[in-house]
Design a protein around this ligand. Structure first.
Ligand code: GLV
Ligand code: MN
Ligand code: MN
Length: 391
């Protein structure tokens, strides 16, 4: 099997692509199921048997299936709504092609290698990011994951076809290392390939702003209990607090009831995504936003309830491993990221590393996300060298 990057990439490009060029690839939904079939097909072409861990994560094996000390490499297929095509799939396509490259060089790994496709990394369908790696590593209870619902009320358990299996027994002995290749999502990488040093701690908080639904024409401005005002103030407060803290805060998903032009809403539900370089800064930021939302609710005669939906702790990737990989690749840059990854979740249990491929504009989670083909090919070569080194 000697496919080129362009052949594989063009093969999956139309799957789940919307008219604006962005992707609607949600976990276990039609386009993502097509990508899973593509995964099985690519694995079969390479004589790599595929296993499923019962959590929705797929593994294609070169060497013993779940033998001792496996090296995993891969990423995820799912996208954010109208996200780019590189975030996730680049890591899976590169993994298969890196294996082709190793075989072309006649390498025979001393430990099993598996290409992995993690399920629901973005949390775009069921709300909790890195759901597959959280389940695999025991960071979320299977019953809790099974009960998560999508926007239509379908549970993760229903989409998966049962309660997930949960933590992989003997996880640390079975996995020697995980290397995830990913498009860079900031503006800091100026050469084709880099290595990750850390992931900022981050999380998601749901804000339910409630008031009194009423007529837009007959309710005087002084009689209103309008949760939209409390929401609007909170968006501005989050932005200001994040700037003051040198952190990031984003409120970008919102639902309104009844969502009518001529009715004061009874409910505004919005999600805060907050991130910071340090845990203390993140906690302080979120506390400040919540306090300001409550203060404003007091003035608006509304109420606000805040529910934490997910938290991803600060990650520092194993320094000796990151340094070794960076020097193997010719002293490439080692840089932190504000984006979450399955490699970050698994880093609490097994040695993990990430390779970043240059993103010329830094734009991500957008149809404009892009990496040049020659940089992607450089990433594949780098991944093949790293896998060779680790196995
Ligand atoms: C995933 O890409 C995230 O950082 O939200
Ligand atoms: Mn992403
Ligand atoms: Mn990703």
């Amino acid at each position: 099997m000697t496919a080129t990057f362009a052949e594989l990439w063009n093969g999956i490009a139309p799957i789940g692509r919307a008219r604006n060029g962005g992707y609607l690839r949600y976990a276990l939904d039609e386009p993502e199921l097509v990508l899973r079939d593509w995964f099985r097909n690519q694995a079969a072409r390479r004589d790599m048997p595929v296993t499923d861990d019962g959590n929705g994560n797929l593994f294609a094996w070169w060497g013993d299936q779940w033998g001792h000390d496996a090296v995993l490499t891969g990423s995820h297929f799912d996208s954010v709504p109208h996200g780019g095509g590189f975030d996730g799939p680049l890591g899976i396509v590169s993994a298969f092609l890196a294996i082709d490259e190793m075989r072309r060089q006649g390498r025979v790994p001393r430990r099993p290698i598996a290409v992995v496709a993690f399920v629901e990394e973005e949390g775009g369908r069921f709300g909790v990011p890195c759901l597959g790696s959280r389940l695999l590593s025991g960071a979320i209870e299977p019953e809790q994951a099974a009960a998560l619902t999508d926007r239509e009320g379908i549970t993760f358990g229903e989409a998966l076809g049962g309660t997930p299996a949960g933590r992989l027994p003997g996880l640390t002995g079975r996995i020697n290392a995980l290397v995830e290749l990913h498009i860079e999502q900031g503006r800091a990488l100026e050469v084709p390939v880099g290595v990750a040093s850390a992931i900022w701690p981050h999380g998601r908080w749901r804000f339910d702003f409630t008031g009194i639904g009423d007529h837009a024409g007959t309710t005087s401005m002084t009689d209103r209990r309008d949760p939209m005002l409390t929401f609007a103030y909170t968006v501005l407060a989050a932005n200001k607090e994040a700037r003051l803290a040198g952190a990031t805060a984003t409120m970008a998903r919102v639902e309104v009831e009844p969502n009518a032009t001529n009715a004061i809403p009874s409910l505004v539900r919005a999600w805060l995504d907050a991130r910071a370089a340090e845990t203390g800064t993140l906690d302080g930021l979120v506390d400040a936003v919540i306090k300001r939302a409550h203060d404003r609710a007091g003035r608006d005669g509304t109420e606000v309830a805040v529910t934490p939906e997910s938290y991803s702790a600060e990650v520092t990737f194993e320094k000796p491993l990151a340094t070794r990989i960076a020097s193997l690749l010719g002293d490439v840059p080692i840089l932190p990221t504000g984006a979450g990854h399955d490699a970050g979740v698994l880093s609490a249990h097994v040695p993990t590393a990430m390779l970043f491929v240059r993103n010329p504009t830094g734009i991500s989670h957008s149809p404009a996300e892009h990496a040049e083909e020659e940089d992607c090919v450089a990433g594949i070569g780098a991944l093949a060298r790293v896998l060779g080194d680790l196995t």
